[in-house]
Ligand binder design. Structure first.
Ligand code: S3P
Length: 427
């Protein structure tokens, strides 16, 4: 149990948050299936991304760390070899779902396992469409849950409308589409993060997008390149909210990824009246990047629903905390996907914030938070979910009594230096 700091005033200073998790995973995957050398700087050394590296090493790919860079020697899709051991994805939904799309076109067998949380996360959203393209996949409860076994092979392109707004499903099918015969056309339910599409182009591939429709031709080969991973806006989000709710704060978050499919949190902060400046810094990059200056201010409630949800899906736990500090009733709708994240994040957020005295209730597809009342102390738990752990650590800064956190080790999944970075702005 970790005792957290409480009753803070004035967070100050600059922070360089670690590399983006989604982009770090994809940099290894694309590096592995491209031809030639790929170098990655500012790679996120979190547990999830280390699992992706371990899986690709088991598939025979050389991945080395040298002078703060990751160097991947890709030999094309054909360079991947049948693994002699199970592929363990740990806690990472991105690893398992995207890896399935890559393995779907490989003519060998592999078994995929993960931790307790992965064992509860739905996989038919990828295994069913991948089977439609020609892969053979089985697993517990008709392929819904791990352990999964896959035997890939010849795939055909397909036309498919995604039943859920999910970048993981889209990306998995794009990896399969790259290997299929003919064209694959995907229609998204809502626009989700587009790092895979951007990276296909960065690695010399072709993909066309027209609104929610994406076309990709099979049989493409990609070329190794160098990737600069921007700071993770999903990690920055914890400190954006901290500065917005802790009186007398002013912090600058440097080199944050500002891909418009990820910046829903900034729109919400603006709607709620946060005192914030966004300074774009790298116009040439494949992914937009910038600095964000944020100061404490009085906040008002808002409603969050519809097509913004995929742009802030991972930020909803910390947005729930933000809403406890805003005057009025904040409503979050259309966020039923929260139920199938690392934990059921509607349940875990509501349960843990209630312990701290928040006025928050769960709904079928989100939460309702009545803010402005302040928080008190309690023993809280991450439930093994990194984003719940970090949200509670930020909550402790505005509670008027000590908060004790169980399961803080889960935070290393996406932000191993979280507590050190928090210390830096508390000096
Ligand atoms: C991710 C997509 C999102 C997100 C996850 C990372 C990705 O999941 O919640 O943390 O890297 O593609 P879904 O696509 O399942 O919504």
């Amino acid at each position: 149990m970790k005792q957290l700091t409480h009753n803070r005033t004035g967070l100050k200073g600059n922070l360089l948050v670690p590399g983006d998790k989604s982009i770090s995973h994809r940099s290894i995957m694309f590096g592995a299936i491209a031809n030639g050398t790929t170098t990655v700087t500012n790679f996120l050394m979190g547990q999830d991304c280390l699992c992706t590296i371990a899986c690709f090493r088991k598939l025979g790919v050389s991945i080395e760390e040298e002078a703060h860079q990751i160097i991947i020697e890709g030999k094309g899709f054909e360079g991947l070899q049948e693994p002699t051991d199970v592929l363990d994805v740990g806690n990472s939904g991105t690893t398992i779902r995207l890896l399935l799309g890559i393995l779907a076109g490989r003519p060998f067998h592999a078994t995929l396992i993960g931790d307790h949380s992965i064992g509860k996360r739905p996989m038919t959203r990828v295994t069913v469409p991948l089977a439609k393209m020609g892969a053979k996949i089985d697993g517990r409860q008709n392929g819904e849950f791990t352990p999964l076994s896959i035997r890939g092979g010849e795939l055909s392109g397909m036309n498919y409308s995604l039943p859920v707004a999910s970048a993981q499903v889209k990306s998995s099918l794009l990896f399969a589409g790259l290997q299929g015969k003919g064209k694959t056309t995907l229609v998204e339910k809502e626009k989700t993060r587009d790092h895979t599409e951007r990276m296909i182009k960065q690695f010399g591939g072709q993909i066309t997008e027209d609104g929610l429709t994406i076309h990709i031709e099979g049989g493409q080969s990609l070329k190794g390149t160098s990737i600069q991973v921007p700071g993770d806006i999903s990690s920055a989000a914890f400190f954006l909210v901290a500065a917005a709710i802790v009186p007398d704060s002013e912090i600058t978050l440097k080199n944050v990824g500002l891909n418009p499919t990820r910046t829903g949190i900034l729109e919400v902060l603006e709607q709620m009246g946060a005192n914030m400046e966004i300074i774009p810094t790298d116009a040439d990059s494949c992914e937009p990047v910038g600095d964000i200056v944020i100061r404490y201010s009085k906040l008002t409630a808002t409603t969050i629903q519809g097509e913004i949800i995929p742009k802030l899906i991972d930020e909803l736990p910390i947005i729930a905390l933000l809403a406890t500090a805003a005057e009025g009733k904040t409503i979050i709708r259309d966020a039923q996907e929260l139920k199938v994240k690392e934990t059921n994040r509607i349940d875990t957020v509501v349960h843990e914030l209630k312990k701290l005295g928040a006025n928050i209730e769960a709904t079928e597809d989100g939460m309702i938070i009545r803010g402005g009342q302040g928080l008190h102390g309690a023993n809280v738990s991450s439930h093994g979910d990194h984003r719940i752990g970090m949200m509670l650590a930020i909550a402790s800064l505005v509670s008027n009594e000590p908060v004790y956190l169980e399961g803080e080790e889960a935070i290393s999944v996406s932000y191993p230096t979280f507590f050190a970075d928090l210390q830096q702005i508390m000096k």
